[in-house]
Design a protein around this ligand. Structure first.
Ligand SMILES: Cc1cc2nc3c(=O)[nH]c(=O)nc-3n(C[C@H](O)[C@H](O)[C@H](O)COP(=O)(O)OP(=O)(O)OC[C@H]3O[C@@H](n4cnc5c(N)ncnc54)[C@H](O)[C@@H]3O)c2cc1C
Length: 403
């Protein structure tokens, strides 16, 4: 699958982790992680802290899938607002999902601190503004339910948004001060470097898994070059390409667009460099990286890479125009643009755990706008289950909700 095209900023900003190590002979190990993106990196990190032996396989170079294209905003707010999610899956589970995402941001921060990795992690506020009248009503309901469950949230009116943040909006917004951003490519590659050095973690790149089956003794994987890997457990961290390992389609693949500006004088940016997104669907979202601005959005309902790429110029113009309407005093000129495959689920939640009726093939699929926070949650749940520990979050994110 063509996961992204154009010029993703992160691969220009960071040196490529050029690690050529295809699997050349059959292998036997405890746990195989399929995928070396941010999910595989966080998963490997969690397992390296235990007594469990694992290795990673990837058909590409390390972390050059979706993680290299990610705009990497970290928010506890999920694509499906809490008030709507509560109607879909019940208030208790919806609140658990939101609280787990909130905790996940601190857990990602702790992982980077513990490994002494500088992946440009920054704590920032986040503004969720009402795009129209429907959005105003949504924000009122959302404020009420988040307040009730003591999730961090404040109300801002239109005047405050203009005065404090230079924003021209239809109405007010929700603000939370518990968001963050990072460089997901840097985080993933640095985590792998750390564990290769510290734990002799084996990573087999340019090794495509063509089949994966659960047997009474464990799991058997076949690579495209006809090598066999036998192991006790498999963890599928294959991102938007995981469909190959699932008995049924669980997610919808879509397309998304992103651009980064020329560097801008700091005095011209908005205060606090808060993350910004809106109630409209699909939504536009904005963050900074140093003194550049990143904008994303304009999602399309299809996943045909050629059709997706053809729209790149048109989407760039639309995103630039929306940004100018939102922050008219902030200069913005796109320098790099890119697009990628994306995925959503009906309830906005990821799929974490085993498929019902199986025991040894775990999935860590962080689908949706909170992909990275979900990856962290998945890594913890799967690590806990593999160690025989209970995890109260497992049913909220498990396949049981659709099977
Ligand atoms: C433009 C864009 C913006 C985004 N913005 C955000 C955001 O702001 N915040 C957020 O949280 N998330 C965001 N996301 C989503 C987020 O980037 C993803 O959820 C995350 O990167 C997924 O990481 P991953 O490791 O699961 O997948 P990937 O990074 O794609 O890694 C999966 C790996 O599995 C490997 N693989 C697949 N199949 C096989 C196989 N058969 N054999 C061997 N290897 C295989 C691939 O080669 C790949 O390297 C965005 C995504 C895009 C594209």
């Amino acid at each position: 699958m063509d996961l992204h095209s154009g010029l993703p900023y992160w691969i220009i900003k960071n040196p490529l982790f050029d690690y050529y190590n295809p699997l050349k002979k059959d292998l036997e190990t405890d746990i195989v992680i399929i995928g070396s993106g941010i999910t595989g990196a966080l998963m490997a990190h969690e397992l390296c802290r235990t007594e469990l032996e694992c290795c990673v396989v990837d058909k590409r170079s390390i972390a050059t899938g979706s993680s290299a294209a990610s705009t990497a905003l970290l928010q506890y707010e999920i694509d499906v607002p809490l008030c709507r999610m509560a109607e879909q899956i019940g208030e208790k589970n919806a609140v658990t999902a939101y609280r787990s995402c909130l905790q996940s941001i601190s857990d990602i921060e702790a992982v980077l601190k513990e490994t002494d990795i500088d992946a440009d992690f920054e704590r920032l506020p986040s503004i969720f503004y009402a795009s129209d009248e429907k959005g105003v009503k949504l924000i009122e309901r959302e404020y009420e339910i988040r307040k009730r469950y003591e999730l961090p949230v404040e109300l801002l009116n239109k005047g405050e948004l203009h005065k404090r943040y230079k924003m021209r909006t239809y109405a007010g917004a929700l603000l939370n001060r518990q968001s963050a951003q990072l460089d997901a490519y840097k985080a993933a590659t640095q985590l792998f470097r750390y564990h290769i050095k510290k734990d002799h973690l084996q990573i087999f790149t340019y090794t495509k898994i063509s089949s994966c089956e659960e047997t009474p003794q464990g799991c058997r994987l076949k690579t495209k070059d006809d090598r066999t890997i036998r192991c006790k457990y498999v963890i599928v961290a294959a991102g938007f390409e995981a469909g190959q390992f699932l008995p049924e389609k669980v997610m919808k693949l879509t397309s998304t667009y992103a651009l980064i500006s020329h560097p801008i004088d700091n005095k011209d940016l908005w205060p606090e460099h808060s993350l910004i997104w809106e109630t409209a669907e699909p939504y536009i979202y904005v963050r900074t990286s140093g003194n550049r601005i990143i904008i994303g959005g304009e999602d399309e309902d299809f996943n045909n890479p050629e059709a997706r790429d053809e729209l790149l110029r048109e989407k760039t113009e639309k995103l630039e125009k929306k940004f100018h309407t939102l922050l008219p005093s902030v200069p913005f000129k796109a320098e790099m643009i890119w697009c990628g495959t994306f995925s959503t689920t009906k309830d906005g939640l990821p799929f974490i755990g085993t498929w019902p009726g199986t025991e040894r093939i775990f999935f860590d699929l962080g689908y949706g706008g909170n992909g990275i926070t979900f990856s962290m949650i998945g890594a913890q749940i799967i690590s806990n289950l593999l160690q025989g520990k209970e995890d109260e979050r497992k049913d909220v994110f498990g396949f049981g909700r659709i099977c």
